[in-house]
Ligand binder design. Structure first.
Ligand SMILES: CC1=C(/C=C/C(C)=C/C=C/C(C)=C/C=O)C(C)(C)CCC1
Ligand SMILES: [Fe+2]
Length: 522
């Protein structure tokens, strides 16, 4: 089973035509770009964690009833340096590496302690981001790469710090209807107080000749000081409605002192993250119009969240859905050694990490000033989520539970920031292995599912039909890998309404589980 996660994959740089069974709608034309780890060892050295693997880009092009697949390793500096040295020389999330094994501990201390914040990896393995008209691969450090979406070639390494003072940034930006991109990052300012910064990259190029990247026009929306001076929260995504940004400052924190000394202590970056179960979780609501947080303070119990699902405004409330955990054990689960072990034990135990729970929180926008202490301020009839005023005047939020056991959520993105009904996601009942794809109706909590023996689905991407009337008028695309040696990987195309298969395109190439993707319509 663990070959699911660390099989060595050879790239397929030239397009291969898939064998299509069934037929998909004629309007489905375009390219699904996907990203994820693909290479877990170099020479004699191996990575420890699934999030360390060197980025492998995939593309599935849908054209006149046919599907073409290609894949290419991101030619990051990390990839090039590792390949040249024939061993891992760049540190990743779960693996600490040293450029020169002959250096004594004293030279290491000297060279690494001269910078509080080490130079991070540019192995952008998590997602595909669109800034303006350009496509980039992303991770969570200050580096990202411009790529050619047609050939998957690596075009240029980009550093956020050229445009904005952030050392970390998310791989899950949001887009508005005008094509502007919103993202956020953390500045770990040396000796200063760290802060979170939300920024907007306008869709238009910076000059009339359209030569300069739109990143040059980047605007800061709002900065929020971290609640703790030496331990900013770790976050993987955020939420956005028409007028608000939702940022969850969770008690899963990055210890800056540990980070600054990790190199000479010989420990990996992951060990600098700490979940503080005794702390609570702050929910920041930023008004995009005033570019400030709203006056009311919202909080909830300690939790860990990676993926926001969607958020919207309704009758004076902000409603948002997330996938939350009770601790940070998910990141431990993804050590390759644990994945191997869990595959051997998962049938017996089925619970090596805490369960992902899809939850709804509701934040009332009306003033809590004159309300009595202990009063639930949520006035929406449709939810059991509450926000109770405490004696300091803050609102203590408790969620409504939608369901358990789903991750990698996607929606019809035309409904992002709007009242919506459907979540498409992987079902991970045998954590962390995705065994099915599900469609959750958040109003009825009903679930439709697709599954097949020995099949492990990727994040399901919704593509809307042209002239769609209903939210689920469209298809779901998910690449499927199988542990049955006689079964090739395939691109599965489901009718999003019924969750019935309309077509599958079997691909004669090496593919394995990935993380996230972006559909570019033609
Ligand atoms: C290298 C590096 C980092 C990398 C984090 C990564 C690579 C996270 C991947 C998360 C995923 C894939 C989550 C899925 O739900 C940190 C900790 C930000 C900071 C220190 C340097
Ligand atoms: Fe993610």
């Amino acid at each position: 089973m663990h070959t699911l996660f660390n099989k060595k994959i050879t790239e397929t740089p030239e397009p291969v035509k898939a064998r299509v069974e069934g037929s998909f709608p004629a309007w489905l034309q375009g390219t699904l770009l996907r990203n994820g780890p693909g290479l877990f060892s170099v020479g004699e050295t191996s990575y420890n964690h699934w999030f360390d693997g060197m980025a492998l880009l995939h593309s599935f092009t849908f054209k006149e009833g046919d599907v073409y697949y290609r894949s290419k390793y991101l030619r990051s500096d990390t990839y090039n340096k590792n390949t040249r040295a024939n061993r891992i020389v760049v540190s990743e999330f779960g693996t600490m590496a040293y450029p020169d094994p002959c250096q004594s501990i004293f030279t290491k201390v000297f060279s690494y302690m001269s910078h509080t914040i080490p130079d991070f990896t540019d192995n952008c393995l998590i997602n595909i981001i669109k800034y303006g008209k350009d496509y980039y691969t992303s991770t969570e450090t200050n580096y990202f790469h411009k790529i050619d979406p047609n050939t998957l070639e690596t075009l240029q390494k980009v550093d956020y710090r050229k445009y904005i003072a952030v050392n970390l940034a998310t791989s899950h930006p949001h887009y508005d209807q005008e094509g502007n991109t919103y993202n956020m990052g953390t500045s770990i300012i040396e000796m200063g107080k760290p802060k979170y910064t939300i920024f907007k990259v306008p869709s238009a190029a910076a000059d009339s000749a359209k030569k300069k990247p739109c990143l040059k026009n980047l605007e800061v929306v709002c900065s929020i000081p971290c609640r703790s001076r030496l331990a900013p929260s770790y976050y993987h995504s955020f939420g956005m409605t028409e007028n608000y940004i939702i940022f969850i400052e969770q008690p899963f924190k990055l210890d800056i002192l540990k980070l600054a000394t990790a190199y000479y202590r010989g420990v990996n970056w992951a060990s600098c993250l700490k979940f503080d179960a005794d702390d609570n979780t702050l929910i920041h609501l930023i008004d995009k119009r005033t570019q400030r947080p709203v006056a009311t303070k919202f909080y909830t119990d300690a939790l860990v969240v990676y993926h926001h699902v969607n958020a919207y405004e309704e009758d004076g409330h902000v409603v948002f859905d997330i996938i939350a955990y009770k601790d940070s054990s998910l990141y431990d689960m993804f050590y390759l050694a644990n994945l191997q072990q869990s595959s051997e034990r998962f049938e017996a135990e089925n619970c090596l990490s805490s369960a992902p729970v899809c939850k709804r929180y509701v934040l009332p926008l009306h003033s809590a000033k004159d309300a009595e202490i202990g009063k639930n301020m949520v006035k929406l009839e449709s939810t059991t989520a509450t926000a109770v005023k405490d004696k300091e005047g803050s609102l203590c939020c408790q969620p409504e539970i939608h369901c358990e056991g789903m991750e990698l959520p996607r929606i019809n993105y035309n409904y992002n920031g709007k009242k919506y009904r459907y979540v498409y996601a992987c079902r991970v009942e045998w954590r962390p292995f995705p065994t099915k794809i599900g469609k959750l109706d958040v109003t009825t909590k009903q679930m439709l599912e697709w599954q097949e023996d020995d099949c492990w689905p990727a994040e399901p991407v919704f593509v809307p039909a042209p002239n769609a009337v209903e939210e689920d008028d469209g298809v779901i695309l998910s690449s499927i890998v199988s542990t049955n040696p006689n079964k090739s990987p395939f691109m599965l195309i489901l009718d999003a309404k019924t969750f019935q298969e309309v077509a599958r395109a079997t691909i004669n190439a090496d593919i394995h589980l990935d993380l996230h993707g972006y559909f570019i319509p033609q």
